[in-house]
Design a protein around this ligand. Structure first.
Ligand code: SAM
Length: 330
């Protein structure tokens, strides 16, 4: 069977699934506070449908799955979904992106279900700023979540920081210090113009290059860690004397489209070949009209033929994506 390649020969092996559009935070850069429509339960893919899709894609080379959201831990039975995916022969890596609020509660069950890796989103180390940016008062719960992930032995534990000038650029060194002290990978992500109504402004953008310079001014030269082509979007560095790592995801300034190996399923069951392009295919309807494994694969091949070579944005040339990040899943 042919493997999933797109029209420019990129091999796609990584499936990201947004399992819900619901979230227990309301991050200002991700979702509007209220008055945005949430999906009815029947409009999200069932676990059975998700498993059908993953099983159909293993023979064409999908071997890595990430669950995201919304907040994946608010969906009931998520631990069971992890266990079921983990049981699929051919899936070698199952990971999760979470805001960490429910991690202290659910971390152990997730690990026991076979979760391999975990990314926690955290944009500030200050309680008041956390309440401001997330519009919720859960800072201590997230910090407990980080501790839980470390104590359960998830490796690596990654912390994703969306860098925003005027909000958290004064904490760059504090975040780097976390990777110095603990075996954590701190990854700085460029703020992307996603989601109408979430207010991205050029003035808030800060490039990963500037962040790296600031860290190097403080710590000295960072040592690049070579990664293979499929390792993901981050450029990864070690910190002199530190146990963790620092990663930079230059989604706009230094985009990684040429090595993009991923495809996404949105919370409402649409297949989205590129994070930053509003091109989608209606996987859910296809499934609900009885698509079998071959028909599911055919839709993925069709979608990947339309995967843009590059998202075409840069820091100076931005077009806003309409869909909210909370339904794409990051
Ligand atoms: N609720 C989970 C979480 O918080 O990690 C998963 C979903 S969240 C949409 C996935 C990731 O997208 C998070 O790391 C979040 O910070 C990131 N994100 C959301 N909006 C973004 C934006 N405009 N630019 C860059 N990253 C963004």
């Amino acid at each position: 069977m042919n493997v999933l390649n797109d029209s420019v020969g990129r091999r796609v092996s990584y499936l990201r699934i947004s399992v819900t559009d619901r979230c227990n935070l309301r991050c200002r850069y991700c979702t509007p506070e209220d008055q945005f429509p949430l999906l009815d339960h029947q409009d999200i893919l069932t676990y059975e449908e998700i498993l059908t899709v993953v099983r159909a894609l293993v023979p064409v080379g999908i071997d890595k799955v990430r669950l995201t959201g919304g907040e994946p831990l608010v969906r009931k039975g998520i631990e069971q979904l992890v266990a079921w995916i983990n049981d699929i022969n051919g899936i070698h890596d199952i990971s999760l992106t979470t805001n960490g609020v429910l991690l202290a509660e659910k971390g152990k069950d997730l690990r026991d279900a076979g979760l391999s890796r975990i990314n926690i989103s955290l944009d500030t180390l200050k309680k008041e700023k956390f309440s401001y940016i997330t519009r919720r008062d859960y800072f201590s719960r997230v910090m407990q979540g980080v501790e839980t992930a470390l104590s359960l032995g998830f490796s690596p534990v990654k912390i994703n920081v969306v860098a925003m000038r005027g909000f958290n650029d004064d904490e760059i060194i504090d975040f780097a210090a976390l990777a110095e002290k603990l075996p954590i990978h701190v990854r700085f992500i460029e703020y992307m113009p996603i989601g109408s109504g979430t207010g991205w402004q050029a003035g808030q953008f800060i490039s990963t290059e500037e962040i790296r310079r600031r860290i190097e001014d403080h710590y000295g030269l960072l040592q690049p860690i070579p990664t293979d082509n499929c390792a993901g979007p981050a450029e990864v560095y070690s910190l002199p004397g530190g146990s963790g790592r620092i990663g930079f995801i230059g989604a706009l300034s230094n985009h990684f489209c040429d090595r993009c190996n991923r495809v996404r399923i949105t919370a409402d069951g649409r297949l989205r070949p590129c994070l930053l392009a509003d091109i989608e295919f209606d996987l859910k309807t296809h499934l609900r009209h009885g698509a079998d494994a071959e028909a599911i694969r055919a839709l993925f091949f069709q979608a990947l033929a339309k995967k843009p070579k590059s998202h075409g944005m840069s820091c100076n040339s931005v077009k806003k994506c309409v869909r909210l990040m909370s339904s794409i899943g990051g």
